[in-house]
Write a protein that binds this ligand. Structure first.
Ligand code: HEC
Length: 271
């Protein structure tokens, strides 16, 4: 009996281990890759990356230029790429940044963990950033933010018409420019973890409008403080959100972000 259970458990573990795949999803198309399929490609390079979540502790990655993985797929001009991690982290990247061919810009790669040479664990856990991790060379050039390095990736999805896909997160046409630029700040830095009005795929933090918008219960100074350094307001061991320095979000961007949040509190719509 015990050996049957052991066999079943081992079988299940093999199935789970074999299930490490990356999906690239386009309108009407779905491509699925395993680590070994990607590692066998001719365009795999070895990169030295110092700004990853591992910092200088671990720097050698096997990687493919991300644009190569989207060759042959139709990407409409307004499209954005939604990068979904296994834990509910989901960041939207602009295609202009992700696929830039400008040698002076940051360049995105998909790093692939070789099961034979596993990467180190993250934050003292055995779980690494793999098997699929989006990394950048020269990240300062295009001001790549911390949230734009999604790790433990499960899928990359072409969202052809983001306004139609996330209608409740966009400010209406004709809103003041502070609000629309605040929306860009939100999308780059916050939407990976927070939904807005129910829109988005993130499930790590609370929705920032429903049922209550933080501008309704934090005064602007407290909210700005929370964004800069959440632990300066309240701390507990399991807290997840980290602060955003002026290098990541400038003072004027922070003011725009708060203007956007305040504006959104007047546009509550349930999905
Ligand atoms: C890596 C994920 C992550 C990112 C990125 C992130 N947050 Fe959070 N945030 C959380 C989580 C999770 C919480 C709940 C508290 C905790 O665990 O830290 C939270 C809490 C908050 C709260 C407090 C809500 C409440 O009522 O207690 C606010 C406000 C907030 N975040 C705003 C933002 C803004 C604005 C940004 C972008 C500048 C942002 N967050 C980026 C994960 C994130």
């Amino acid at each position: 009996m015990k050996s049957i259970i052991t066999a079943l458990v081992l079988g299940l573990m093999n199935t789970l281990a074999a299930a490490a795949t990356l999906e690239i999803v386009a309108d009407g198309r779905r491509l699925t890759y395993t680590e070994s399929q990607l590692l066998a490609r001719r365009d795999v390079q070895t990169l030295s990356i110092e700004d990853s979540v591992y910092q200088r502790r671990f720097t050698r990655f096997k990687a493919i230029p991300i644009a190569r993985l989207f060759e042959g797929l139709s990407i409409p001009p307004a499209a954005v790429i939604q990068c979904n991690a296994v834990d509910g982290f989901s960041v939207i990247l602009d295609q202009a940044r992700l696929f830039s061919a400008d040698p002076g810009a940051s360049k995105a790669y998909l790093a692939i963990e070789d099961p034979k040479h596993p990467w180190p664990g993250l934050d003292g856990t055995p779980r690494s950033a793999g098997p699929f991790y989006l990394v950048w060379t020269n990240p300062q050039a295009s001001r790549i933010g911390r949230e734009e390095w999604p790790y433990q990736l499960a899928s990359l999805r072409i969202v052809s018409d983001p306004r139609a896909a996330f209608p409740r997160a966009y400010p209406a046409a004709g809103t003041p420019s502070a609000v629309t630029s605040g929306f860009q700040v939100f999308r780059k830095n916050c939407s990976a973890c927070h939904k807005m009005n129910g829109d988005g795929a993130a499930t790590i933090g609370p929705d920032l409008n429903l049922p209550r918008n933080p501008t309704e219960y934090f005064d602007p100074t407290a909210l700005a403080r929370l964004i800069r350094n959440p632990a300066s307001l309240r701390t507990w061991p399991g807290m997840v959100m980290r602060g955003f320095s002026e290098g990541a979000i400038s003072d004027s961007e922070l003011a725009d972000l708060i203007a956007y949040l305040r504006y959104m509190s007047g546009t509550k719509t349930r999905p």
